[in-house]
Design a protein around this ligand. Structure first.
Ligand code: GLN
Length: 191
């Protein structure tokens, strides 16, 4: 199993460490050719505008879109924004593959970072320690999207659409590897 982590900007090292602890071979993706032979891909948190700009510069937009249309891809935080079909404007490059309407920086400045234990569908055991950092929220999801966790009806924070996974928070910044294991299982089932 070989999983790539988009390594343009943001928290990619932490994802890499988490995947390695599960025995996965990890490839840092900076160029289109790095996607060859990958079974899955993680798009990390960071700054979605920066990730988008760099992806344009490196000729990665089309290759990433093509990959995400076919193979297991998980976006965390900025990565969730980057996967979404709709963020209310078109001023930044997106892959636009996942049927979510996403609001960037949905929690505003007052509570721009916080941690909360949240039950996530599909995970066994305790609620998941979700770390939110200037996090987005999905306000709407298409019919093909399974909602895995939400704070309120219009506050979706984890969702799955077939081989696509999105979380508004940062599982790689915790010691809880259950979501990485969950993604591993998606990769395994869809490769
Ligand atoms: N606020 C960032 C954005 O809009 C996302 C923050 C994060 O990834 N932790 O891209």
């Amino acid at each position: 199993m070989n999983i790539g982590v988009l390594a343009l900007q943001g928290a990619f090292i932490e994802h890499e460490k988490m995947l390695r602890s599960l025995g996965v071979t990890v490839t840092q993706v900076r160029l289109p050719e790095h996607l060859t032979d990958l079974d899955g891909l993680i798009i990390p948190g960071g700054e979605s505008t920066t990730i988008g700009k760099l992806a344009v510069q490196y000729g990665l937009i089309e290759p990433l879109r093509d990959f995400a249309q076919r193979k297991a891809t998980w976006g965390t935080c900025a990565g969730m924004i980057f996967l979404a079909k709709d963020i209310g404007h078109d001023r930044q490059p997106l892959l636009g593959v996942m049927d979510l309407t996403v609001n960037r920086n949905a929690f505003g400045r007052q509570i721009d970072s916080f941690e909360r234990a949240i039950p996530i569908k599909g995970l066994v055991g305790d609620p998941f320690p979700a770390v939110f950092i200037r996090a987005p929220i999905a306000t709407q999801a298409g019919v093909g999207v399974e909602i895995l966790a939400q704070l309120a009806a219009d506050q979706i924070i984890a969702a799955r659409q077939g081989h696509l996974l999105a979380t508004a928070f940062h599982p790689e910044l915790t010691h809880d590897s259950r979501l990485h294991q969950y993604f591993y299982d998606i990769v395994d089932q869809t490769r």
